[in-house]
Design a protein around this ligand. Structure first.
Ligand code: NI
Ligand code: MN
Length: 231
């Protein structure tokens, strides 16, 4: 799986014959590492309806004829903007390429009336990527530690104020036990200006068998499956 961090909470994922972008916020993002017109994807995944997650969603979906995947209420709101959508909801999986996307809970505002905030587990090419969205720490993250999903890479917000801060995110890493944890949703604005190295230090100090990768905007991560895929 090839993951690219484009700044804030924006990621592209390529694996298993699928290209997708999660939470495209490039226009108006001081840390954006790409231009919306350069994004080539089959799907646009949206965790929730706040501007710093949806800013370029409609334009990217329209230009690529890509399908927007989100919770039902946000998918409906996007459909009204004239893009193709696929509505899901918390706990559900939808087949994608050689794997699936699962919508998982997040504790945050939805940004649309009656909606829910969410995160995603994207499983493609034998690798599972958890994008937590914007969220508080909550105990059911433990279900991603092997019972419901086994996460290879976890992208977790650490910026505080709107989401988990560093200490809560360290606890999330302890519960989820990914192979690799990547901090996100920090530094974009002064109110969420925290030090990602503090996150790295505290994960290490806790003795967790987890590699913390602090990616600059534009940084890439190529992740192989844990075990060779059964044929
Ligand atoms: Ni938000
Ligand atoms: Mn946000």
């Amino acid at each position: 799986m090839k993951l690219r961090f484009l700044g804030h909470a924006t990621w592209t994922v390529e694996a298993g014959g699928v290209r997708l972008i999660i939470d495209p916020f490039l226009s108006g993002n001081p840390k954006a590492a790409a231009r919306p017109e350069d994004i080539q994807v089959d799907y646009v995944l949206l965790t929730h309806g706040h501007d710093d997650h949806t800013a370029d969603a409609a334009a990217i979906a329209r230009r690529n004829d890509a399908v927007v995947i989100s919770t039902f209420e946000l998918a409906h709101w996007m459909a009204q903007q004239g893009v193709r959508t696929h509505g899901m909801h918390l706990g559900g999986r939808f087949r994608l390429g050689d794997g699936y996307v699962r919508v998982v809970p997040a504790l945050h505002g939805s940004g649309v009336p009656g909606g829910h905030a969410a995160g995603f587990v994207v499983r493609l090419g034998g690798v599972s990527f958890y994008h937590a969205g914007d969220t508080a720490l909550f105990g059911d993250m433990k279900l991603l530690g092997g019972e419901v999903e086994r996460v290879d890479v976890a992208a977790l917000p650490i910026g505080d104020n709107y989401t988990m801060g560093v200490d809560d995110a360290v606890l999330a890493v302890d519960w989820i036990r990914p192979r690799i944890a990547v901090p996100m949703h920090y530094g974009t604005f002064s109110v969420i200006d925290v030090d990602p190295e503090e996150f790295r230090r505290k994960v290490q100090a806790r003795g967790l068998p987890v590699e913390v990768r602090v990616l600059p905007p534009g940084g890439e991560l190529v992740v192989e499956p844990r075990e060779p895929a059964a044929s």
